[in-house]
Design a protein around this ligand. Structure first.
Ligand SMILES: NC(=O)c1ccc[n+]([C@@H]2O[C@H](COP(=O)([O-])OP(=O)(O)OC[C@H]3O[C@@H](n4cnc5c(N)ncnc54)[C@H](O)[C@@H]3O)[C@@H](O)[C@H]2O)c1
Ligand SMILES: [Zn+2]
Length: 366
């Protein structure tokens, strides 16, 4: 078991990573010192698998846990589900000293965290992430919220959890496609901050794909540590936290123009990171060898690295990037890599270069 600290003054918390941690959920929550009443929020895929184990662990430690189930899938990250959740928290008589436990992927974490942030003007919550993406990314950092029709994550808050419990065993039941999508965020940490991690991922790609226990423990812990450090430096994303958006400018736009149907987030940012690497070669002199390594690692993980776009689709993609909320003064700002392990934020990229980066893939040439 690995334990990390996220030092944010009064809002500091620990991240625990290991196999079988779900059975210690009750003891861990009891240590935090909250009231007996609590609610586990989970979804229709995760609740049948891990819901009763979580409740049993909580009961054994003296809690009275209610289980609130939401529909699985991004659709549930809505104001409507948020309302139902809050109504159920009220119906279960949760009070100021009660705890909300988010048991599931990023959708559950964001939604349950937002319910906890708003219910009674804010009660405590614990993250028990069960997808790779949630373990290495969304459960750490305190961004919570829901989607609007106008766009993803447009309503939300910063509300840090009191504890993050990553039980690596829960990842065993994750569908292959979801698992691989999570790897795209893992690789991102190597590119933005940790050349050593990137090298280890290259060497251990087979173990990683086999979800081998010790490799997973190392990788999840390393990624959480990087995310925790970035969040510590810049809790509310005024500057450096933006390095986490490497590959996301293009990735988000791809998700949007395909109406969130074709790509999982991890798949879209896989393509996005390869495009960003190519642009990095032109703008910051990232070595061609490193561009190739980046591309090869995504491919070995079974992730897409290129996209076939017609001229009009590419136009739409570029237009979409310009309405992304990270745009400053109508110029698209990119996070670009100088080398594997080091990126720079706020880079402007001439449109011509951007178009060329999409054409660079062998399959796009015609
Ligand atoms: N708050 C943040 O900082 C942050 C960061 C990145 C992403 N996000 C958000 O996270 C969400 C995506 O998260 P996600 O990829 O975890 O998606 P998700 O929560 O939808 O989970 C993916 C699928 O896997 C299922 N599932 C979860 N755990 C499982 C398990 N152990 N076994 C079997 N099935 C399981 C879920 O029911 C779902 O069908 C998006 O809404 C995104 O906006 C938030
Ligand atoms: Zn992401």
């Amino acid at each position: 078991v690995r334990i990390l600290n996220v030092p944010l003054g009064e809002r500091s918390y620990r991240i625990k990573i290991g196999a079988g941690l779900l059975s210690s959920l009750g003891v861990e929550c009891a240590r935090l010192g909250f009231g007996r009443r609590c609610a586990v929020i989970s979804d229709t895929n995760v609740a049948p698998r891990f819901g009763s184990r979580a409740q049993a662990a909580l009961r054994a430690a003296g809690f009275e846990p209610a289980l609130i189930r939401i529909e699985a899938g991004e659709q549930a990250k809505s104001l409507k589900t948020f309302e139902t959740c809050c109504e159920q928290l009220a119906a279960q008589w949760l009070e100021r000293r009660s705890l909300v436990i988010a048991l599931g992927g990023g959708v559950v974490g964001d939604l349950a965290g937002f319910a906890a942030a708003a219910f009674l003007r804010g009660i405590a919550f614990v993250q028990v992430p069960t997808t790779l993406l949630a373990q290495v990314d969304s459960s750490v950092g305190g961004k919570v919220g829901v989607n609007l029709k106008a766009g993803k994550n447009l309503v939300g808050a910063f509300h840090q959890p009191r504890l993050v419990l990553c039980d690596l065993d829960t990842l065993r039941t994750l569908p292959q496609r979801e698992y691989r999508a999570g790897l795209a965020e893992v690789i991102k940490y190597g590119i933005i901050h940790d050349r050593g991690l990137f090298g280890r991922l290259e060497r251990d790609v087979k173990r990683l794909l086999a979800r081998e226990g010790r490799t997973l423990e190392f990788v999840v812990a390393r990624c959480c540590k990087i995310k925790a450090e970035v969040v510590e430096e810049d809790e509310t994303e005024t500057g450096r936290r933006a390095i986490l958006n490497f590959g996301h400018t293009v990735g988000h736009a791809l998700e949007a123009i395909s109406r969130y149907g074709r790509y999982l987030h991890g798949e879209a940012i896989s393509i996005g990171q390869v495009v960003a690497a190519r642009i990095s070669h032109e703008v910051l002199g990232l070595a061609q060898r490193d561009v190739d390594r980046v591309c090869a690692l995504f491919r070995q993980c079974g992730l897409p690295t290129q996209v076939r776009l017609s001229r009009s689709e590419l136009d739409r993609l570029l237009a979409t990037m310009k309405v992304d909320k990270k745009v400053v003064h109508c110029e698209v700002k990119f996070v670009l890599a100088k080398r594997i392990g080091h990126v720079e934020i706020g880079q402007t990229v001439p449109e011509k270069l951007l178009r060329a980066a999409f054409d660079a893939g062998p399959k796009n040439r015609d």
